[in-house]
Design a protein around this ligand. Structure first.
Ligand code: SF4
Ligand code: SF4
Ligand code: SF4
Ligand code: SF4
Length: 322
């Protein structure tokens, strides 16, 4: 039989987290939309933004500081985007990361290593999609992982000689309402994009530019358009009101409707993600040398719903707005 550990809810800590983040976690009504919108959770069930919100609500900073999944987050902010109550789980994650550094639980060197690893992980995603375009990814061997991590993506480029290449009608229709023609190539969307690390691999600005140049064949056959997380950060940052996420969604739809890719491609990519994400987590655990899962206080009781902790804690916590 499982027993609840004597977790001590901490009102001061809860207030400190809220004051630092303005994440509004006290408005969470546990609908689970953030869990359903998180690309990491969808592919692995290993990162639940709702759980992080709940732990923050109870003020359990100690628990949060030792959660390995804090570093599994892609910082895409989809959880915040889909929350009907405007809670910002991603901001809590950012706060916990800073606290881990502040309290010496992770080092700057480890964070630097993590950033480099994160960029190279996008290469793995690109290569995996490339495999899925031509079939499936049945297994992921160590050799394959190492090779993909260390192989930069080089897209062969051709010089565009003609001025004013007409944008094909199908492409115009697919991305029309996203207004790509308003783009003035400022790169803000790329700076905000969590996937953008190497230009040839994935760059929303370059994709929008290619749309405006009418380079339809190159775009529809590219693995890059399938790396987008649909987090809308590009759209929210664009001063020209170009909807980058809709441009890319339109390209994906066009690739399917034109038969450039088959309609089960997305399913195959999800299956491939199930192979690459566990490896992603393993490497992150190694970089940060986080405590083994068995020693993690909260994970010992992962079968216990977070609501049980909340209810056991509720009486000792004053309301957030008091
Ligand atoms: S944070 Fe928002 S989306 Fe997530 S469970 Fe709470 S109310 Fe739902
Ligand atoms: S920021 Fe993205 S990856 Fe991180 S918890 Fe939210 S949805 Fe998941
Ligand atoms: S932020 Fe907008 S204007 Fe700037 S490059 Fe991106 S799409 Fe173009
Ligand atoms: S291109 Fe836009 S929607 Fe896609 S991952 Fe980047 S920021 Fe998110």
């Amino acid at each position: 039989m499982l027993h609840l550990s004597p977790l001590k809810p901490d009102f001061k800590e809860r207030l400190a987290i809220e004051q630092a983040t303005h994440a509004g976690f006290y408005k969470c009504w546990s609908c689970g939309a953030c869990d359903g919108g998180c690309p990491v959770n969808i592919n692995s069930h290993s990162l639940r933004p709702q759980k992080i919100v709940r732990l923050a609500y109870i003020g359990l900073l100690d628990e949060l500081l030792y959660l390995p999944e804090i570093w599994y987050c892609l910082t895409c902010r989809r959880c915040s985007l889909v929350c009907p109550n405007l809670v910002k789980p991603a901001d809590i994650i950012g706060y916990v990361r800073r606290e881990m550094l502040h309290q010496g639980l992770v080092t700057l060197d480890a964070i630097h290593q993590y950033q480099q690893f994160f960029a190279r992980f996008q290469r793995v995603r690109w290569h995996a999609v490339s495999c899925c375009l031509n079939g499936t990814l049945p297994t992921l061997t160590d050799t394959q992982w190492d090779q993909w991590m260390n192989t930069p993506i080089r897209v062969s480029s051709t010089v565009i000689k003609k001025n004013g290449i007409p944008v094909p009608r199908s492409l115009r229709e697919a991305v029309g309402k996203a207004h790509p023609s308003l783009c003035f190539t400022c790169s803000e969307c790329s700076s905000a994009c969590p996937v953008f690390c190497e230009r040839d691999l994935f760059d929303p600005q370059a994709i929008i530019r290619m749309v405006n140049l009418g380079l339809v064949e190159e775009l529809l056959a590219s693995p890059s358009i399938w790396l987008c997380l649909q987090c809308e950060r590009c759209t929210n940052t664009c001063s020209q009101l170009v909807k980058g996420h809709q441009v890319i969604k339109g390209l994906q739809n066009l690739a399917i409707s034109k038969g450039v890719v088959d309609s089960s491609l997305e399913f195959r990519i999800r299956q491939a993600d199930k192979l690459i994400y566990p490896r992603f987590f393993k490497e992150i655990d190694t970089i940060f040398n986080l405590p083994p899962r068995e020693n993690n206080h909260f994970r010992l009781h992962k079968a216990v719903p977070i609501s049980a902790y909340e209810h056991s804690a509720a009486e000792s916590l004053p309301p957030m707005h008091a």
